[in-house]
Design a protein around this ligand. Structure first.
Ligand code: ATP
Ligand code: MG
Length: 452
């Protein structure tokens, strides 16, 4: 057993305290607003720590996405200290302190499982009053930092940066694990996965994002327990899938999901299509699409679940359309049926909100229209609201070898032509004077679009 984890819950071993001189976290890299919150809590006499992903990322020299604070002040007490503060959550577990666009989340220390009991009555101070049988209870909803540590998932996610002296409190060996780039679940892995199967997806996400390896004990039960994802609410799986795929490490995450046999439960149709034909154009498109998406995230460009799910489901749709090795059959009805079948089955696992699912279907259904390169119908495709995204998918289909690259090149050229010459192009003749559009619009060249 890990030396830091002996008897974790009995008698709480003291933390290893890493003094400021012995670690690399500098206040210069902490959000000034988070520092303000930490100092104000400390000055009001409370414990105040930076926690979770922020400490981990700072220790690794990365830029944290957000800065979360943990304290022994109760939410009501936090609210009294900050004017710009709102309590959130059904039972007011959390306080949000707002500074313009930035929100600092302040959580009161709490013990494991307190969230499960949210439906029980809780008094103002956060003490549970009645249990399900109406019996009076007074066990505290909130806890000490010692209890707060053990409810967290991975050792690297359970570090506390103490604003009082800038030291790191490490109860679980997170500092050495982070240095060794090892992702290790706190406590008994099987128990922790059973408590919350989403931790298996989180393991894949953090390993992919941070380039960590899974500790063998953390990896061992995953394949056996993967089926437990089947009972996770599909809405939560949408959020988790978006985080896995749209945070800059989508391809690495995908590969880990396959390796850990989690994809079989998250996206069974996709898992099957990719396993049966790993070198097919569909599987190649999925990888290229995720790679593009990762590039866009790193370049701070926008990404959407619409395009993401089109890319992820593409091999499954080809397979359902009876063309697992491509190309897409030129039959809109067949395509529509395949698309609805795959999407319908996927929706049972992951709630893809309609605002993403419907346009996703559109951009897939537009694909056969790229084959027709003559007549005004081709020109009208350019004006379709989903043209841009559909064209991006076409480029991926060409790059993966499913579509003749000449077709994609033709559509690229068409967009770059002045409007007057587009008509001649779709009519297959040289441009004439009369081709000029009647109403003169300012000639705006379409920029060559990148993946949505
Ligand atoms: P990111 O940079 O992706 O936000 P993060 O570590 O901050 O990473 P969050 O999902 O924001 O991850 O969660 C914040 C912290 O809350 C985690 O670091 C972890 O300590 C704890 N946590 C979140 N989800 C769970 C969970 N399902 N089980 C146990 N602990 C969790
Ligand atoms: Mg976070």
């Amino acid at each position: 057993m890990h030396p830091y984890q002996e008897e974790p819950l009995a008698g709480h071993p003291p933390p290893v305290i890493v003094p400021r001189a012995d670690h690399s976290i500098s206040r210069a890299n902490i959000s000034p607003n988070a520092l303000k919150v930490l100092y104000r809590l400390k000055d009001a006499g409370y414990q105040a720590f930076l926690v979770g992903g922020a400490v981990r990322d700072l220790l690794l020299g990365l830029h944290p996405k957000d800065f979360d604070v943990a304290t022994n002040a109760h939410p009501e007490e936090v609210r009294k200290i900050f004017r710009n503060c709102r309590l959130i959550g059904r039972r007011f577990h959390l306080a949000h302190v707002r500074f313009g666009m930035e929100i600092i989340e302040v959580a009161t220390f709490r013990a494991a499982h307190t969230e499960v009991d949210e439906d029980n009555a809780v008094d103002e101070a956060g003490h549970r009053v009645l249990d399900v049988h109406g019996r009076i209870l007074r066990d505290n909803l909130y806890g000490s930092i010692e209890e707060d540590v053990w409810r967290r998932d991975f050792t690297a996610n359970a570090l506390y940066y103490n604003i009082a002296d800038y030291s790191i409190w490490d109860y679980v060996g997170g500092v050495p694990d982070a240095a060794a780039r090892v992702l290790r679940l706190i406590g008994d892995p099987e128990t922790r996965y059973r408590e919350d199967p989403v931790r298996m997806l989180r393991a894949a996400r953090f390993a992919a994002k941070l380039g960590f390896s899974l500790h063998p004990d953390t990896e061992a039960p995953v394949r056996r327990l993967a089926y437990m994802l089947d009972s996770v609410p599909p809405a939560r799986l949408f959020d988790e899938t978006a985080k896995l795929m749209l945070a800059g490490s989508g391809l690495a995450s995908f590969d880990l999901l396959v390796k850990l046999e989690l994809l079989d439960h998250l996206m069974p149709d996709v898992a099957r299509a990719v396993a049966e034909a790993p070198d097919s154009p569909g599987a190649r498109l999925l990888r290229l699409g995720l790679e593009n998406t990762d590039g866009r995230v790193r370049a701070d460009k926008s990404v959407t679940p619409t395009f993401l799910f089109a890319v992820l489901l593409w091999p499954a749709i080809l397979r359902a359309a009876g063309a697992p090795l491509g190309p897409l059959p030129d039959d809109p009805q067949l395509l529509g049926t395949a698309c609805d079948e795959v999407l319908g089955r996927q929706l049972r696992r992951i709630t893809i909100p309609k605002r993403f699912g419907l346009p996703m279907r559109d951009l897939i259904m537009l694909q056969p229209r790229f084959e027709r390169r003559s007549g005004r119908r081709a020109l009208r495709l350019l004006e379709h609201p989903k043209f841009r995204a559909a064209y991006d998918l076409l480029l991926l289909r060409a790059a993966s070898g499913e579509v003749d690259p000449e077709i994609a090149a033709w559509w690229t050229r068409l967009q770059e032509l002045p409007e007057a010459e587009r008509i001649a192009e779709v009519e297959g003749r040289p441009a004439e004077a009369g081709d000029a559009p009647r109403r003169r619009r300012p000639r705006r060249r379409r920029k060559r679009p990148a993946a949505e």
